[in-house]
Each structure stands twice: as structure tokens, then as C-alpha cells.
Design a protein around this ligand. Structure first.
Ligand SMILES: Cc1cc2nc3c(=O)[nH]c(=O)nc-3n(C[C@H](O)[C@H](O)[C@H](O)COP(=O)(O)O)c2cc1C
Length: 243
């Protein structure tokens, strides 16, 4: 019921935005890799890279492996740039910003889920249409590359934007292709009003043998424009979780 209300509210937001005319970008921007001081476990494959090329981008230096970085915490996230709700055209995704904050506060490694075939539009209305269609189709869009060896980690933060009251379907591709047990999983979202939108419950359903810790929901507009506030929420949440 709560989810239905949040989807309806979100649909109203999307329609309102379309009716008012959105701040469509003159020049679409491309999806960018995250900039962070945290160790990135594998170089992020470009959307164009073939599976062979992606395999060839596996870490070459010992410094890039989780063992070498000494981190037992991983942050996995999906995030989009381009035009997003109420923030105009962005060159770093809202969820990417939060993911990087978590990594810098905890010393975690970061791993971005990128689509194998980047079919996602860079204009907001078109992106919402594609996201909705994927949800209706229960699509499982492929992601590029391979996740790092998760056995090296005790705690895995997993974050994404809320898409139509749920995880973007590509995250279910990740869940269904990535067995994880006996670890602590910590969900986080960015959103335009729907909060965590049941991310914790669906993560618990996907990973019944893991402990699901209390999640964090961050307004996408704050991630982009009010980072001091977000950093302080992230710090206090991490503190409550014992980090
Ligand atoms: C396809 C799509 C569906 C969305 N659905 C919702 C929703 O149901 N509820 C909500 O609060 N926000 C929704 N949003 C807004 C995003 O969750 C929000 O702008 C988020 O911060 C974007 O993060 P990103 O830049 O990391 O992709 C949606 C956005 C898109 C593109």
C-alpha cells in the first residue's frame, strides 16, 4: 500500500514535470566514472567494452585488490547522470555521491554497476519511461564486467536510486546472479520522495542468509545540492551502525 502511494505520488511528479517542461539538456552528458579517493576494486568497464575487454581490465596491481587495500567493506551502487529529477543535468549521479561519502567515511572499496548495453536515456522523462517499462516487463538488464570477489568483505553497502517504488531492475540482475550469504548487507537509496521504498525488504528476500542492517534514504536533491546535510546524516547513520 505504502509502495503504491509512493509510486502514485512519483507518477504525479513525473507528469507535473512533463507538463511544466523540464530543464532538458542542450547537450546530453555521458555517464561518468566516480571520482573518489576510496580504492576502486576493478576499473569500471566502459559501456561499449566487450566481455573479453572487460575481463582484460581486471586489476593488475596488488594495490587494487581488496586484500591489499585492507578493506573489509564494499559499496556497490548504481546511479545515473544526465537529466535527473529537480537537479537539472548532472555529471555525477545522486547515488554515486552518497556511495562515495560512505566509502570515504568507512574506508570501503567502491564498485559501480554499469549497464552492459547503456540504453538508458539522458533525459529525465524518457528515462522514467524506460525504467517503468523494464519494471512492467520484469526485465533483467545485463550489467558490465564482474563484481569483485565478495569473499573478501564482511559488510556490503548496496545502493541505487528508487525507480518506480523499487530497485532499478538491473539491481535484481545483480542480486539474482550474485550469491551472498553470512554477510551484513546495508541498503541505501536516493529518491524524490519515496524514501527507502522497501529496499531493505527486497534485499532480505534476495538474501535470506544475510543480515540486513538499517538502511539510509537520501533525497536526490540534497545529494546534489546540500552535501553538508547529507554527510552529516551519513555520518550519524554509520555511527549508529557501529562504523
Ligand atoms: C526511472 C525513474 C524512476 C523513478 N522513480 C522514483 C520513485 O518511484 N520514487 C521516488 O521518490 N523517486 C523516483 N525517481 C527519482 C530518483 O530516485 C532520484 O532522482 C534519484 O536521486 C536519482 O539518483 P541517481 O542520480 O543516482 O540515478 C525516479 C527516477 C527515475 C529516473
Amino acid at each position: 500500500m505504502k509502495k503504491t502511494i509512493s509510486i502514485l505520488l512519483f507518477a504525479a511528479l513525473v507528469l507535473g514535470l512533463a507538463a511544466c517542461g523540464s530543464s532538458a539538456p542542450a547537450q546530453p552528458v555521458s555517464q561518468s566514472a566516480p571520482e573518489s579517493s576510496a580504492a576502486v576494486v576493478t576499473p569500471e568497464p566502459s559501456a561499449e567494452a566487450s566481455p573479453e575487454q572487460q575481463a582484460a581490465t581486471a586489476p593488475e596491481t596488488p594495490e587494487e585488490t581488496p586484500e591489499a587495500s585492507g578493506s573489509k567493506i564494499l559499496v556497490i551502487y548504481f546511479s545515473r547522470t544526465g537529466e535527473q529529477y529537480n537537479v537539472g543535468v548532472i555529471d555525477k549521479g545522486n547515488t554515486a555521491i552518497v556511495a562515495e561519502m560512505i566509502a570515504s567515511e568507512t574506508g570501503a572499496d567502491l564498485y559501480e554497476i554499469l549497464p552492459a548495453d547503456d540504453h538508458y536515456p539522458l533525459t529525465y522523462k524518457e528515462l522514467t519511461d524506460v525504467g517503468l517499462q523494464e519494471q512492467r516487463d520484469r526485465a533483467r538488464p545485463a550489467f558490465a564486467g564482474e563484481l569483485p570477489d565478495l569473499s573478501a568483505y564482511d559488510t556490503i553497502f548496496i545502493g541505487a536510486p528508487v525507480w518506480w517504488g523499487d530497485w532499478p531492475m538491473i539491481m535484481y540482475t545483480v542480486f539474482e546472479s550474485t550469491p551472498i550469504s553470512s554477510k551484513t548487507l546495508v541498503p541505501f537509496s536516493t529518491h524524490a520522495g519515496s524514501g527507502l521504498s522497501g529496499f531493505d525488504r527486497s534485499l532480505a528476500a534476495a538474501y535470506p542468509d544475510c543480515t540486513i542492517a538499517k538502511g539510509l534514504a537520501v533525497a536526490g536533491t540534497d545529494a546534489q545540492n546540500n552535501q553538508d546535510k547529507v554527510r552529516s546524516s551519513v555520518e550519524s547513520w554509520l555511527n549508529d551502525l557501529g562504523f
